[in-house]
Design a protein around this ligand. Structure first.
Ligand code: TEU
Ligand code: CA
Length: 556
């Protein structure tokens, strides 16, 4: 495998609106990111992905871009962004921007021109189609609910939007539109960004005939991804994108890909793949309901272990996946993947251990490193997220009571991950001196950076140790390039695996069960590298794992 600069790096996702506010308007800003760079460096972070900070009307929190060349004034200025690049570089850290190019904002100049003349030059930057017998051109349901087609008043045209109606999809069959995007991407790379996290990218390939399919719900619609799964040829577009921009800058790219055809993994993240890496969403997908969040599923330990191990095995000899516990679209991982008896500091550290030491590029989501948890809201009004409102409505329509629908949001809402970062025990968790744009989780008095920096055994200090181990001179190669092999798969509630390289072998073992479990070790000469509780019992080739215990051992 050819070595790349980003192998062995640890990444961190910043959700800028909720990270750190320096001017008291209740919204995190670029200056706030600059001020916290040392904090991230101390944690061991090399790559920082920042969710969108471009000019945007914020219908979908910046994932609706109205000008790709501007920083939204909410976050600061382009000068401040340049300063951020410089300060990150000084610390040997790379900044990764969010690239949202499946769609833009309906406020984007292109779309405004298109609306004025759907059959004109800019109309072809998007998908405008005539309706059929007074109905939309096809029966697609958008990701955020309702038809994916929006009528242009006073005309016979509809335009396509896979997400909100304020997020019209861009026409990737139009060479001119593509060139404009490629130019923009190069512009950012020339500025010095290290690469991109690439949003919803699998959706860019459309079947321009837009066939209708068998409905999959009582609304008579079918999820728009049905067409994405049916259509071939996204690879050609992704290659074009790579050649026109990423390749010549050796950019690091991490794609957000759902609905990929299993056999295409190599084309996506192989040696000459479209991207450096892509997120492993296999665990998150276990929670998907058939019709929405209201019929979402609890994660079963056995399935979770099996599915995450399978992800590890399937990219063996191919490339790297980006491993996450959560992101800005998911509830907090400690609430999702830990059984209730393990939702405590030991459990949080255990989950971190098994995730961070997997083969791949670890991405830590802001607040994960201090053990941030889902946040209870008093009512639907306290939520901000467009998808949460949609899912709440869907739940009510399906017959749930208000209380039940709210409980569904507590379990799955994207706002769980978007509550402000908890910096201290001061008012508003030290996130802002003003009124935060979204409620602060009331647990900030116990869970915050300032206190955790001081407490030797905090989740935060454990994350530091974990990252340190992963990047240590002695084990860096092993954790980066070493193989992955499941261990003790027959033991109930034991999540364990080996990472090995050139005769060196490390066991990562944890106990998700409620009872202690004994494990027979390979060999009798082991070296303890890390553990999450007090000193574990290892002797004469035996390891006793208590509930919520995680141990990392070199076995010889
Ligand atoms: O998400 C794409 C995506 O597939 C989502 O629909 C995801 O399934 C959803 O968040 C579940 O509620 C990306 C971004 O990560 C997300 O924040 C944006 O809303 C979306 O694209 C549109 O840009
Ligand atoms: Ca601010």
């Amino acid at each position: 495998m050819t070595k790349k600069w980003w192998h062995g790096k640890v990444a961190y996702q910043i959700y800028p609106k909720s990270f750190y506010d320096t001017n008291g308007d209740g919204i995190g800003d670029i200056r706030g990111i600059i001020e916290k760079l040392d904090y991230l460096k101390e944690l061991g972070i090399d790559i920082i992905w920042i969710s969108p900070i471009y000019q945007s009307p914020f219908v979908d929190q910046g994932y609706d871009i109205s000008d790709y060349y501007e920083i939204d004034p909410k976050f600061g200025t382009m000068e401040e962004f340049d300063e951020l690049l410089l300060e990150a570089k000084k610390r040997d850290m790379g900044i990764v921007m969010d690239l949202v190019i499946n769609h833009c904002s309906s406020q984007h100049e292109w779309f405004q021109k298109a609306l004025a003349d759907p059959e004109g030059e800019y109309g072809d930057y998007f998908y405008f189609r005539k309706g059929k017998d007074g109905n939309p051109p096809s029966n697609y349901r958008s990701y955020f609910g309702g038809s994916a087609w929006e009528k242009v008043e006073g005309t016979e045209f509809y335009y396509l939007h896979f997400f909100a109606k304020e997020q019209p999809d861009l026409n990737w069959n139009n060479p001119k539109m593509k060139q404009e995007l490629f130019q923009m991407i190069n512009w950012w790379l020339e500025k010095g960004v290290a690469g991109f996290r690439i949003d919803a990218i699998i959706n860019i390939k459309k079947d321009p005939t837009f066939p209708s399919y068998e409905p999959d719900g009582p609304d008579g619609l079918v999820r728009a991804t049905k067409m994405v799964e049916e259509v071939d040829g996204v690879g050609e577009l992704l290659e074009e994108l790579k050649e026109a921009a990423f390749e010549k800058h050796q950019a690091f790219t991490v794609a957000e890909v759902f609905n990929m055809k299993e056999e295409e993994l190599e084309e996506f993240v192989g040696e000459n793949g479209h991207f450096s890496t892509m997120f492993d969403f296999s665990a998150h997908m276990l929670t998907f309901g058939e019709h929405g969040w209201y019929d979402g599923k609890e994660v079963e330990f056995d399935t979770w272990r099996e599915i995450t191990f399978r992800s590890q095995k399937r990219c063996e000899g191919i490339g790297f996946l980006a491993n996450i516990i959560e992101n800005h679209d998911e509830p907090r991982g400690v609430n999702t993947y830990l059984p209730s008896y393990a939702q405590n500091i030991d459990g949080f550290k255990m989950l971190a251990t098994v995730n961070i030491l997997l083969r791949g590029i670890p991405f830590i989501y802001q607040g994960q490193e201090i053990g941030m948890q889902n946040c209870r809201m008093a009512g639907i009004e306290e939520y901000d997220d467009i998808d949460t409102k949609n899912q709440y409505r869907t739940a009510i329509e399906a017959g749930l009571s208000r209380e039940e629908a709210l409980e569904v949001c507590y379990r799955y809402s994207r706002d769980n991950a978007r509550t402000p970062m908890q910096w201290s025990g001061d008012a508003q968790a030290g996130f802002t001196t003003g009124t935060p744009w979204l409620k602060v989780n009331p647990n900030y008095r116990q869970v915050n950076v300032e206190d955790e920096l001081k407490e030797k055994d905090s989740v935060l200090n454990y994350y530091k140790k974990l990252i340190n181990l992963r990047k240590s001179e002695e084990y860096k190669e092993l954790f980066t390039y070493g193989s992955f092999e499941p261990a003790y798969p027959e033991k109930e509630k034991i999540y364990a695996y080996y990472r090995s390289l050139d005769g060196k072998k490390v066991l990562v073992a944890s106990n998700f069960g409620e009872n202690s479990m004994g494990l027979e070790l390979e060999g009798h000469n082991e070296k303890l590298l890390l553990y999450n509780m007090d000193e574990p019992e290892v002797s004469e080739g035996k390891l006793l794992l208590r509930a919520c215990e995680a141990v990392v051992l070199e076995v010889r």
